[in-house]
Structures are given as structure tokens and as C-alpha cells.
Design a binder for this molecule. Sequence first.
Ligand code: IVH
Length: 700
Amino acid sequence: MPPTAAAESSRAEELRRLLNRAAHAYYVLDAPEMEDPVYDRLYRELLDLEAAHPELVSPDSPTRRVGGAPADGFRTVEHRIPLLSLDNAFSSEELEAWFARLLKVMDRTPEAGEPLPPLPMVGELKIDGNALALSYEQGVLVRAATRGDGERGEEITANVRTIQAVPLRLQLERPPAWVEVRGEAFIPDGTFAAINAEREARGESLFANPRNACAGTLRQLDPGVVASRRLDFFAYTLHLPDDWSPVRADPARPRSQWESLAWLAAAGFRVNPNADLCPDLAAVEAFFTDWETRRAQLPYATDGVVVKLDDLRLQADAGFTQKAPRWAIALKYAAEEAPSKLLRLVAQVGRTGVVTPVAEFEPVPLAGTTVSRATLHNADRLAELDLRAGDTIVVRKAGEIIPEVVRVLSELRTPGATPLQLPPNCPECSSALVREEGEAATRCVNSSCPAILRGALRHWVSKGGLDVDGLGSKLIEQLVDRGLVGSIAGLYRLDAALLASLERMGETSAQKLVAALEASKQQPWHRQLYGLGIHHVGAVNAKALAKAFPSAVALHEAAAEQPEAITAVFGIGGEIAESLRQWFATPANLALLAELQALGISMAAPEGEQGVGGESDGPGGAGHLSGQTFVLTGTLPSLSRSQAQTLIEAAGGKVSGSVSKKTSYVVAGAEAGSKLTKAETLGVAVLDEAGLRALLASGP
Ligand code: IVH
């Protein structure tokens, strides 16, 4: 073996210190400071280091013991049978390696070329809670204890008695002199949410996750509090004295893990119903894969599956290593958090010019994919994390969510490492970045910045926008980098011959793309509006605005002169009106609109659907108010705005968002604003609710 490098020895020391501190915080202080997957990974790294360099193993290594020491406040009790831990596997290769080792110790390794012998195993869900050891004497619960260090735990009988799923007396005719049951106490997700909501309401600190809440609860000194937290329990391990045998209806003495689960259920325990008896390793893998997706629907947390050799005699043959049984393994689901080493910090410029700090790091497998980039959100978050060059970071990925950096493991930092910040200039166009007072975002405000242009093009052709097929990010990058396209409008001037000359483009795909662009000109006005990518104008707002303002011209007019006509649209507020005002006040944007229209993109609803800006859909016409236009403002005493609108439309009138000389009546309620003033200056008739009702009633 090569001599141990100084770097490895100091890394081992660092890992020991970190892991011991995390275990102390978790087990003794009830104040966890390291997420499990992170702990697992660092633990793994230490195990590997110690395996490669046994001289690095020291008596204080966390790999030399099973758990933390019991805390003060509870009596320490010795377990009749030690509570062991489980070894972990993180992939099917590791599961297969475990199985091969198991066959070897049992002397069942097949000859080369022969298939693996089938060996029944039980697949159980690995409940993400806290292990409990329950002792029954003559069928009565006499003691409940936490795992502690595996040999001795804390006596928490009074607390465990509050758990309804734990029987206080076994349902057996002839209970054994003693029974030892192990299982997992946990807090269901729904209960956890309620507990945290209550704590929040009382201004107390929140529990990080259900398992921590459960651990904290089990070690409460007041059993009344424990009872209020509604813990639950699944039993999974049974130890019986050798001389016990059943009478009459008592369940038979189990010979396998599968029978043990049935025995536990018969004796009155809650046993997880999702266990399965698997005839071979392939069935175990199928069980794991099946629950990988289904576990999301469970009302409690599971972090993997536990695989156990079914036959109890074979279990005894396989035996134990120093800390775990050889006959069982925990197969863990891909971590959603993992540590990695920061390689660099980059500033990513988005479509709206917002600059996001993004961490690039050594690739890590995370929740099923390999990740190497994660967002740091904004400059404030970056400062809060105090990220430094070369830092070890913790990255999280949950479901579809973009990976993010959650923490920096500052304990692993090299002293004197340089703090990292966003650059003062745009990495794409070098113009100075701007951060407005009170805003979280740092922006590049150069509208011809290539990064902004790429983003704008991607948005214009996106599914919610003009939905142009065959124009992906790579192609957009080429078009912008080569200066072939300088704005959205530029896309419509591309010809097939030029496109065909680009990388990874052929004649056919070029022609298809030109045709798709041509066809996109017919997309409806609300998609065109969305495609412009105006700040705050997402798909829903674009639809509402396009309905109220049937053309860019109408919208422009309102944005510039009558913001109240814009905010009169259902769901549209002042922030959006202001964003539209700014957009239309920018000459480059007006030039873009003109260019798009010249290219055959209408920027308006088809003729037949057009009306005056802000008008309601109602055709007017039929009733006695036909031809009259109403503007509603302020709060009416009994009618809501939409009720008033319905009544007016039913009588044939129209409702508009803005007051003009053509307005017949302004209906004003409490706190009417500028529309009322405008009506008064223009000499438009003003009604209150009573006046409106009288007018409505005046019809035939
Ligand atoms: S069997 C010697 N079965 O996982 C056998 N453990 O990481 C040890 N756990 O300490 C336990 N669900 O707290 C077993 N169905 C299950 C389990 C389970 C959760 C916990 C248990 C154990 C830990 C090991």
C-alpha cells in the first residue's frame, strides 16, 4: 500500500470532525445541522478513505460506533438485544455487490456462467423516522427506548405509551416471558405540516422535517406534548425467547421475516402494508423501482427500501459485521441534496437582462440526473451564503425544480479563500450592470446585449409564444453569435439557403423552419403579445389584455395615457400597467412593433373581433340601453363591478374601461378616482348605483 499522503490524512481528520459534530448536534442537542444525504456522503467518503488506508482509522471515528450518546434528562437503559444499523447501497450495482458478498459468506456463490441462486428476500419500505426498541414482559409493554448508541438508549416509555399504534398489551393467549419489538416511530406529513403551522403561529422555530420533529417529540419531557403530536409507528423486527410456542389462536412461531411481520400484525402492531416477498434479486429491484415513484403518494416519508433475507436460519448463518447485519441492506433513493466542489461562479444573463449568479461545480448525481450547475438566485443570496472560491457547497434538486445551492460547508474552506461576487460588467456585452435601490435583481440594461437577444428569441418561439418548431437554443445561439439575427423581426428575414449553411442544419430542416416561421405569423394576438416578453405579461395576463385591447396600438394608447383602463382589466394591477407604460415608452420597442407588422405579423386581433380599447365583449345592441357606453368606477354599495356590467349588458349597453367624450354615463361609487374627475371635465353624465338602477328599470 502506498504511504498515506498528508492530504488524505488531513481530509480524514476533517471528515471525522465534521461527522462527529453533526452527530452530536443531531442526537444530543436535537438541533440537526447537516442534511442526511450530506451526512451519508461524507460518511461514505470517510469509510472509503479508511478502507484504503487502515492506518487512518482512529478510535474517535464515527465509523466505529452506531449512533450518538444518550442525552441527559432520560434514564439510560441497556438493550436486551443491541439495535444494529444497516449498510447502505446507492445503486443496483451496490445492491448486486451486497448480494454477491452474502452468497459468498453463505458459501452459495454459483459456478462461473451459472445464474444466481434464487433466495427469497423481503422488501420493506425504509420509513424515515426514529427507531424504537419496545420490551414486553408477560405481554405487557414495560419499556420503550431510543436506539442511542445501539447498546444503550434513553428510556422514553411514558412518551411511547402515547403512540396509539403501539399496543400496551399483546393480543396473545400465551404471551412469551419477554418480547423485543423494533420499529420506526414517525410523524405523518399532514400532521407535520399542522405542527409547524401551529409553531409558526406561536412564533416558535420550525422543525426542519418530519423526522426531526419526531426525534424532538420522543425526547420531550412532557408526555402531554408528545400525545398532542400524534406520532405513528410501524413494527418491523421481532425477537422471541427460544422456548416460546403458541397456544390455540396464537400465531405460529415465525421462521422467516415475512412470518415475523404477520406475527407482529397478529399481536396488535401496526405493520407497513407495502412490504413484499421477493423470490430473487430481480424482484427486489422491481420493488425498489416501483416505490421510487409511488412513495410520493404515501402520507409519510420513506428514504429507500430495506432488503432482508427472509429465512431466519439463513440470517443467523450470514451473521453480522461490526455494525450491521450481513443479511440486510438499505437501498437508498437518489439524494435530492448532495455536496460538491465549486469550480466557478458565472453570471448568467436572462431574457429580461436580469443577471443570475450560477454555481458550476463537480458533477454530482442528484435525484436521478447528474447536475453540475445550480442557481444562487441573486446578489443578496450570494452574499448571504458567503460563497468563496473552491468552497464545498450543498446542492438541492427537488422534482422538476431547477437545482439550487442551499448551503456552503464553510468548515471545509481553505483559510483566506476569496469571496465571490457578481462582476461589475455584463459578461456578454461588457456594459455596466445596474442594481436599482430596493430591487433584488442586478440587470444588464443594454437592449442589444446578445444574451438578452437570445432570451428574447427563445421566448418568442416558445410553446406559449408563437410556437415555432425547429428553432432550438443551439440554433438561436448560432444565429445571434454570427450576427445573422439582431431582433425578433430578423427571424422572418432568414432564408432557407442561409439556414441550410449552418451547423447541424440541412436543406429540408431549413425549409421546414422557414415554413414554420411563416405559419407562425398567423398565431393569435394574445400569443404575439406574450411573445414580446414584456415584464409581468405572462400567458394569462397577455390573454386578458389582448381581449380588452384588441391591438398593440390600443394597448399602447392605454398604457401611455390611461393606466386605469389597463388596471380595469380583471387580474391586471398597477405593476403590470407600469411595466407596459415603460415598454411602450421605449423607442426601440415601437420600432420592433412596426417592423413586425411590416413583416405580416398583425399585432392585433382580426378585424371582425376589434372594438374600442377596453370595451367589454358584449355586443350591446338589443336592449333599451343599446348604443350607450358606461364606465364603472369606485365601489358601488350593493353591486359588484361584474354584476353591474352584466345588468348593463343585459339591457344592451356596453361597458368600457376608459372615459372619453363618447362615454354616455360614468357610474361612480365610493372612492372613485380619476375616471370621475375625467367625466366631470368632459361633461359626461355621472350616476350613482341608485341612478343606474333607475336607468335599468326605465326600459320596456
Ligand atoms: S431493519 C438490523 N426495517 O433504518 C435491522 N429498519 O438505516 C435494522 N428503518 O436503524 C433495522 N425502516 O431505524 C429496518 N423496514 C425497516 C426500516 C428500518 C426504517 C430504519 C431503522 C434503522 C435504520 C437503518
